[in-house]
Design a protein around this ligand. Structure first.
Ligand SMILES: N[C@@H](CCC(=O)N[C@@H](CS)C(=O)NCC(=O)O)C(=O)O
Length: 218
């Protein structure tokens, strides 16, 4: 039975591919563009949101990166997704990431990157400021937490670390001031020293993202 992971080079599919690479999961990677008008009829039954990643296994489709990460970790009998007493702590950081750090990174990256890649209108400096303020607020908390440990849960990496870092591979575009937070910067360098995270698309056929066009404002 073939298990297929549909992906693109955008942040959430990148995260799913990195998890699969991290685990050496037995999946076939297939680049997809579900929002393309000629692809929508094919992808709607797999994900009504027309978003990726999608994992299709034995005719069943699973969407949402966190759920896919959980499935891949179970499939591989791995501890990346904790199934023990550490599970609540991992869920705490995943949940907090979505509402705080990842959200802030997403806001800034959307204005400075996504909008300009996909022609979604002018960059809004007020939204960048709001995103940066949220980034600083969340980064302070993360930096304090990571000052005494290598990973969010302590000495061993978990999926929460990967989820937290969703947008950081795009920081050439987002320009978030990561270096202001030394423990956070060290944590990210630690993660980025792993090939599965640094270069998840190695050897995969996947068109590059559209270039970021010069901005008019922001
Ligand atoms: N909450 C979803 C978000 C999925 C999502 O927004 N995917 C975007 C990329 S980040 C997408 O499908 N974009 C279209 C594409 O990459 O072709 C998840 O965690 O998987």
């Amino acid at each position: 039975m073939t298990t297929t992971l549909y992906f693109s080079r955008n942040p959430n599919p990148r995260l799913a591919v990195a998890v699969a690479r991290w685990l050496n999961a037995p999946v076939v990677f297939e680049w997809a563009a579900p929002l393309a008008p000629d692809q929508q009829a094919r992808f709607l039954p797999l994900n009504p949101n027309l978003r990726i990643p999608i994992l299709v296994e034995g005719g069943q489709s699973l969407w949402e990166t966190d759920a896919i990460a959980c499935r891949l970790s179970l499939m591989c009998g791995a501890r990346l997704w904790r199934m023990d007493d550490a599970l609540p702590d991992m869920i705490r950081w995943i949940s907090w990431a979505h509402a705080n750090f990842v959200r802030a990174c997403d806001m800034v990256h959307f204005e400075r990157g996504t909008k300009r890649r996909y022609d979604l209108g002018p960059t809004d400096p007020a939204l960048i400021e709001e995103g940066l303020a949220s980034f600083h607020e969340a980064a302070r908390i993360l930096d304090a937490h990571l000052a005494g440990r290598d990973w969010l849960l302590g000495s061993e990496i978990s999926y929460a670390d990967l989820r937290m870092a969703t947008f950081l591979p795009y920081n050439d575009v987002a320009q978030l001031p990561l270096a202001d937070y030394p423990a956070l910067a060290r944590w990210y360098a630690r993660l980025d020293s792993h090939a599965a995270w640094a270069d998840p698309f190695a050897g995969l056929e996947a068109p590059e993202l559209p270039p970021v066009r010069p901005r008019a404002a922001g």
